[in-house]
Design a protein around this ligand. Structure first.
Ligand SMILES: Nc1ncnc2c1ncn2[C@@H]1O[C@H](COP(=O)(O)OP(=O)(O)O)[C@@H](O)[C@H]1O
Ligand SMILES: [Mg+2]
Length: 302
């Protein structure tokens, strides 16, 4: 734990210095590029949205600027969990009436939320004009966010599938239940057979203890390797905890409501792992995301 606290201090200090530099630089040539992470699963109700929000806040506490894109048509949306009412959604961007920077809603701890809302349905059949609008608008986030976290639904539309496959990293959430595991395996297969080559990380949610998490991960890793020739990485696990439901009821994320709980510490160490990875990777920001996204689109639609 002492190690974690020390790393935390260093990262926060580093990010503060970086911010000061950025502010002093009035040419507004930002060096930082966004890293795009998709949070997805095979099965619904496994904890994607709760994970995405709490991870975002944890990264934000480390001093990173985080934008969360709610791309789930499901019922438990980010705005419901946070108790906020977004004024605009991605639909207002797609119809050309709003800029992406103007539709973001302020969430806890400075995170920004892009609501998908009814706009997610229009993402299913993007014509080339809308694809242009979307990709041009997304480019703007590069100067804005360190992390863009996409919370997806379980059943992916073509566009959201392309989002996931274009991300720098896909975070797959599964629980130890056999149904969740077979569905996440099917999801890995779908991602790989639809042109994804990006990093696949796994978070095991609602586990009893670390042994169970290890066992589940190893099983998934073995079959992915054997049958899909795919390597997956273990990002971490989160225990099954009543605090999650308590925080949902309170419409206050558990990382803020119970910052010292074991589940919050698990999320913090995942955030540290993600931000630690960033420095060693050669990631080209959202420009690369957009390039990959457009190329997947032209493959899929023609
Ligand atoms: N670690 C956990 N322990 C206990 N319950 C959890 C945990 N993570 C999520 N849940 C519960 O599971 C349900 C689904 O979570 P949610 O984040 O909405 O999933 P998804 O976005 O995958 O549909 C919620 O009722 C939430 O309270
Ligand atoms: Mg959800």
């Amino acid at each position: 734990m002492r190690d974690q606290a020390e790393r935390l201090r260093q990262i926060i200090l580093h990010n503060k210095t970086r911010d000061t530099k950025t502010n002093l630089d009035n040419t507004s040539q930002l060096i930082n590029k966004s890293k795009v992470l998709s949070v997805t699963s095979g099965k619904g109700g496994v904890g994607k949205t709760n994970f995405a929000i709490n991870l975002s806040i944890s990264l934000s506490k480390l001093g990173y600027k985080v934008v969360v894109f709610d791309a789930d048509i499901g019922l438990a949306n980010i705005d419901v969990i946070l108790g906020i009412i977004p004024k605009y959604t991605i639909a207002d961007v797609l119809d050309g009436s709003k800029n992406i920077l103007d539709i973001m809603t302020e969430g806890p701890n400075g995170i920004k939320i892009i609501a998908g809302g009814s706009g997610i349905k229009s993402l299913v059949n993007l014509d080339s004009q809308k694809l242009d609008i979307l990709t041009r608008q997304l480019q703007q986030l590069d100067n804005y966010a360190d992390y863009i976290i996409i919370d997806t639904g379980a059943g992916l539309s073509n566009t959201v599938l392309n989002f996931v496959n274009s991300s720098d990293e896909v975070i797959l959430i599964t629980t130890p239940e056999p149904t969740s595991l077979t569905d996440v395996y099917a999801m890995i297969k779908t991602l790989r057979t639809n042109g994804g080559h990006n990093k696949l990380s796994v978070v095991i949610n609602k586990v009893e203890n670390s042994d169970e998490a290890d066992e589940v991960f190893n099983r998934l890793s073995r079959v992915s390797h054997k049958f899909l020739n795919t390597t997956i990485e273990k990002l971490g696990f989160v225990n099954d905890s009543k605090l999650v439901m308590q925080s949902v009821k309170n419409q206050d994320p558990f990382i803020l409501l119970y910052p010292n709980s074991s589940i919050s510490k698990k999320i913090n160490s995942i955030a540290l792992k993600i931000s630690g990875n960033q420095d060693t990777e050669d990631d080209g920001g959202i420009g690369n995301f957009v390039k990959r996204f457009r190329s997947l689109f032209s493959k899929g639609d023609t």
